[in-house]
Every structure is written in C-alpha cells, then in structure tokens.
Design a protein around this ligand. Structure first.
Ligand SMILES: *[C@@H]1O[C@H](CO)[C@@H](O)[C@H](O)[C@H]1NC(C)=O
Ligand SMILES: [Fe+2]
Length: 482
C-alpha cells in the first residue's frame, strides 16, 4: 500500500520512473520481460490489485484484456508490423505544428527519404503557396532503431485567426491550419497521458468535435516506452488534429526513455516535439513559455532539475517577473506530476517540486495549474501551501487521455477540503477564455463513446483582484529578489 511508504521512498520511486526506466536489458530479454509484465498485469487485474505505479481497470467487457483493448495491447509488441504511413518515402508523415514565438508557427514532419529538403510552402489560398520557409532537420539512433529525417520549419509572420494551406518538403499532400486569435475569446483543448489505445482514439474524436484554437498536453504522449517505432505510430495517430491546430506539450515520465550510462533521456521527445524554448529564453526543451491571446502559459518540467539552484528555477523566476497582466490577464502553468492529488496513484511525487516552486507561482498570482500523470480527473479549489487560499491557483489533474495503463481508481478518504471534483474516467478538458476576467472550464468524460460534459466551472482571473492589488504581499518579494 502506498500509505506505508515514506515520502523518501516515494521520491526515490518518482526518480526511478516507470518500472523499465533504469537499465534496459538486451532485446531478447526485453521481449521476455514484456511478456511477463503483460501476464502479471492480467493476473493483477483479475485480483484487483495495484500494478506497478498505476492501477489497472478490471476487465469489463470481453473486448478488453487487462483493462487494455486487445488491439492496443498488440501494438506494444516490437515485432508488430511497421505500417507505412505514406505512399512514398519522400512523402511527409507525422505532421504537427506548434507556436514558435509571436506570429510564427513551427511545422514538424518526418520523411523516410533523407534527401527531402526541410522546406514548407504556404499561403492563405488552397494550392497557391505565396511563401516558402527553410528550416532544420535532425535524426537519431536508439538501439537498433534509426529514425527518419525529422524536419522543423518555422514559418511566418502569420496573420491571427487565419487559415493557412501548406505543403511539406516541396511536394506531397496539402495540409491546413488556423492560427489562434489575437484577442479573446480563446478556446483551449486540454488532454494528458494520451497514449495510443482505442480510448485515445475516442478522446481525439471528441476533441475534434469541439471547436478549439490550440491543444495543451501536460506530458506522457506516446507511451512508446523504448519501442521507438511507437513514436512514429503516435505521430501518425495525432496528425489529423496536430497538423491543423498548434499542439503545445511538456514532458512526462514516459518521455524520458533513459538507459543507465548509455542514454541520458528525452532523446526521441526532444528530436520530435521541439517546443519554442529558445523563443522564450529557456535553454532546455523541457521547460518554456508562450503567449496567446491574453494568456501567458508556462510549461514546466517535472523530470528535470527544479530546486532553487537549478536553471529551470532561475528561468521560471525571470519569466514570471516579465509577465504583464494588462497584456496577458491570464497566467496558467502546465506540468506533469500533480501537486494537489487525492488519488492513491503517484501520491507525493510532486511534493519536492511543489516545495521549491509553489511560492514563485503564488507570488506571481498564477490562475490555473494543470497536471497529468494520475490517470483520472480531479479539480481543486484555489489552493496554496496545502490549504484553501483565495489567492492561490486552481489545480486540475487531467491524466485521463487514454493510455494503455488504465485508470487510477482509488482515492484517499475522506476527500480533502480542497478537492471539488474527482473521477476515474477517460476524457479531456476545454478552457474557454471568454475575456480578461472570466474563463469557463469543462471536463468531458468519454462515456458510451459520447463526450459527456461532466465538470463545469467558471474561473475568475486573479488579474485585477484584491490579491494582486496587495502588491506589498510578502511573497511578492520572492519574485523581486535577485
Ligand atoms: C466577461 O464575461 C463574463 C461571462 O460571459 C461576463 O459576465 C462579463 O460581463 C464579461 N466582462 C466584460 C468586461 O465584458
Ligand atoms: Fe506519467
């Protein structure tokens, strides 16, 4: 039981990450371990016992095995057929876009043919490309896997709230996206711990049905877990959405894929999901910030250093000090391991990061903190220092996108005073920022293949509140200190 472990042990486990995160055995042994883990998973699900770091839903329907749809389970086997995502080696695959500084967009795509140039042609009329940008490319090797050519091309300046048509690598199919608006209203889709199961597919389908300007993902993307071709299949799975609206992501534990003395971590994630860290003054792809239509969003890294002497801490402090609440009345933060969590899964894993960084967020009057990691949904009141506080942030855990590990169903009781709503179901969130003072947050459960709106709350920005007017507040000094 998690309750019998000391915080030290929990932190040690947090550092260790998922069961396979330490030393990776040679491939044949790895396959054996994989088989064993699938069997033990099935056995544990039958007895209702917790498995590894997560809790697995008991088999509910014949179509499911170990809480995982059979199709999804098969897809984790490394010998499963690598499906060709495109008809020709030079065709762009796995297209996704992300904001790259003011009025710019980064277009990312992969080609099997490494002679394809890193160029994107674009314009506001279909088939007529009035501009061309050239970018950079990278590739990587991981054990016996060699990636395709991964292209990153920044385009712009672009107009706000405008549809652009584009083509990658100088030829191939046309894609299109819409840039976010310059002003409110702004609509953000939010999903964590996505994975690539049939639950993921229904979550993505529901997100597609909702109008959104951008998607935010607080970590755990592909659940490739060392099987590098699963990063490719994830790229293909999300392309229909991620090529049409910017996807802004931060890393979770499943992005790490480190191997002791051999791989330092985040190799595939950094190569494939390059975010605008340089544009926001950060020196690491693992944390950055961006601004969109009156929102300043900060993407923090739960799996890189965050103590007071760390680069991330110094960068966060500088970034927060720059925020102008007149220009961006909304200040939101995303990170992977939640700080306020009443689920038994991952208890205490966010504690050390919270101890280091929560005073900074409080001093800056952050409105909302969104986390993933726990495979369930939970919303807290405005909180600070483990208690209710009207000048603290609303904390939301939304690690229920549809990963193959199943749901985290067991909660601590009694429910803490700060926890308003908690439920172990797959789903996604939507944040509609209506104006400078009001935002509407909803959580949509994937119920019976229909998106059911389940949690629903209006959030008022702290900009212009009594909290911010009291600028002599002692915590304000933290941001101003050298
Ligand atoms: C902001 O939106 C809310 C909710 O729709 C509305 O009640 C309020 O009057 C709006 N404020 C302004 C300044 O328009
Ligand atoms: Fe996670």
């Amino acid at each position: 039981m998690p309750s019998s472990r000391s915080p030290m042990e929990e932190r040690a486990e947090a550092r260790r990450g998922p069961p396979m995160a330490g030393v990776l055995p040679p491939p044949p042994l790895l396959l054996l371990l994989l088989l064993l883990s699938v069997c033990s998973c099935a056995a544990a699900a039958a007895s209702g016992a917790p498995v590894g770091e997560d809790y697995v839903r008991p088999p509910a329907a014949p179509a499911r095995l170990c809480g995982v749809h059979r199709k999804a389970l098969l897809s984790i086997f490394p010998w499963s057929e690598k499906k060709k995502a495109s008809s020709s080696d030079s065709d762009p695959q796995q297209v996704h876009i992300s904001l790259a500084g003011e009025k710019h967009m980064r277009i990312t795509f992969v080609t099997d043919d490494n002679t394809v140039p890193s160029v994107v042609d674009y314009g506001t009329e279909t088939g007529t490309y009035t501009s061309t940008s050239e970018g950079e490319s990278t590739s990587y090797n991981y054990l016996m896997y060699s990636s395709g050519k991964i292209h990153h091309v920044v385009i712009g300046p672009l107009n706000d709230n405008t549809v652009y048509f584009y083509r990658c690598g100088g030829h191939g199919p046309e894609f299109q996206f819409k840039t976010p608006p310059a002003q409110f209203p702004l609509s953000l889709a939010v999903v964590g711990d996505l994975g690539q199961t049939s639950w993921t597919a229904s979550t993505l389908d529901h997100i597609k049905q909702c109008e959104h300007d951008m998607l935010l993902l607080p970590g755990d993307l592909s659940y490739a877990d060392y099987m590098q071709h699963l990063w490719d299949s994830f790229g293909t799975l999300v392309e229909p959405l991620a090529s049409t609206r910017p996807w802004m992501v931060t890393e979770g534990n499943h992005e790490k894929e480190s191997i002791l003395f051999f791989k330092s971590g985040f190799q595939s994630y950094n190569a494939r999901w390059k975010m605008p860290y340089e544009e926001s003054g950060s020196t690491s792809n693992l944390y950055y910030s961006f601004e969109v239509a009156g929102v300043h969003a900060i993407m923090l890294g739960s799996y890189t250093d965050y103590d007071e002497s760390s680069d991330q801490y110094a960068w966060l402090k500088a970034d927060l000090a720059k925020v102008d609440r007149k220009r961006t009345p909304w200040l939101i933060v995303l990170l992977h391991a939640p700080w306020y969590n009443s689920n038994w899964a991952h208890q205490g894993e966010g504690d050390t990061m919270m101890a280091a960084m929560e005073p900074l967020l409080y001093a800056a009057h952050v409105d909302i903190v969104i986390a993933g990691h726990v495979h369930a949904y939970e919303r807290a009141e405005r909180v600070f220092d483990r208690g209710l506080n009207p000048c603290g942030a609303v904390h939301i855990t939304i690690g229920d996108g549809g990963n193959r590990e199943g749901l985290a169903r067991r909660y601590r009781n009694p429910k803490p005073a700060w926890s308003v709503f908690r439920e172990a179901s797959f789903g996604h969130g939507e944040l509609k920022v209506v104006n400078a003072t009001h935002a509407h947050w909803t959580w949509h459960r994937n119920d019976d293949e229909e998106p059911v709106r389940t949690d629903d709350v209006w959030i008022n920005s702290l900009a212009g509140s009594e909290c911010i007017k009291g600028s002599s507040h002692e915590y304000r000094k933290i941001l101003m200190s050298p």
